[in-house]
Write a protein that binds this ligand. Structure first.
Ligand code: HEC
Length: 112
């Protein structure tokens, strides 16, 4: 009985600990678990033409220009949301996070 109790206690503790890790991770990188491949498809379909018309080429120099606006993972999500809202795509949050993950992996490279 005592052994069973301590096993139960241990497994409870470890799930609390795991939950804390997830919360901390979410603070650092809101898109840690998002799908970058889905994000690339969305960017290719909806986001390139307008950036390209102002910045030339495939428009990606908007992300890598010297004084780019986005400085943090949270800022990246916020900017994805701004552009998304501006063009009225009505994406789900999941889509915004996938796009943020793709842009981070490819251009911004903030550590997760
Ligand atoms: C109608 C034109 C337009 C479309 C479409 C558009 N954007 Fe933008 N985007 C802009 C402009 C203009 C800026 C620069 C804003 C500034 O410098 O203040 C920008 C800036 C950005 C930045 C910040 C770049 C930096 O400086 O770090 C990101 C990230 C971004 N857009 C993501 C997206 C995503 C994702 C989409 C597709 C949902 C998208 N944009 C669609 C016009 C557009």
């Amino acid at each position: 009985m005592r052994a069973l109790l301590s096993v139960l206690l241990l497994s409870n503790l470890s799930s609390v600990y795991a939950a804390e890790i997830n919360v901390n991770k979410a603070d650092i990188s809101p898109y840690a678990k998002a799908d970058a491949i889905a994000g690339k498809k969305l960017v290719d379909s909806y986001c390139i033409s307008c950036h390209a018309s102002s910045f030339g080429g495939d428009g990606s120099s908007i992300y890598t220009r010297e004084f780019h606006k986005v400085k943090t993972p949270k800022g990246l999500v916020a900017q994805v949301r701004n552009c998304n809202t501006m063009i009225g795509l009505q994406w789900f949050e999941e889509d915004e996070l996938s796009v943020a993950k793709y842009l981070n992996n490819t251009y911004y490279k903030f550590s997760e």
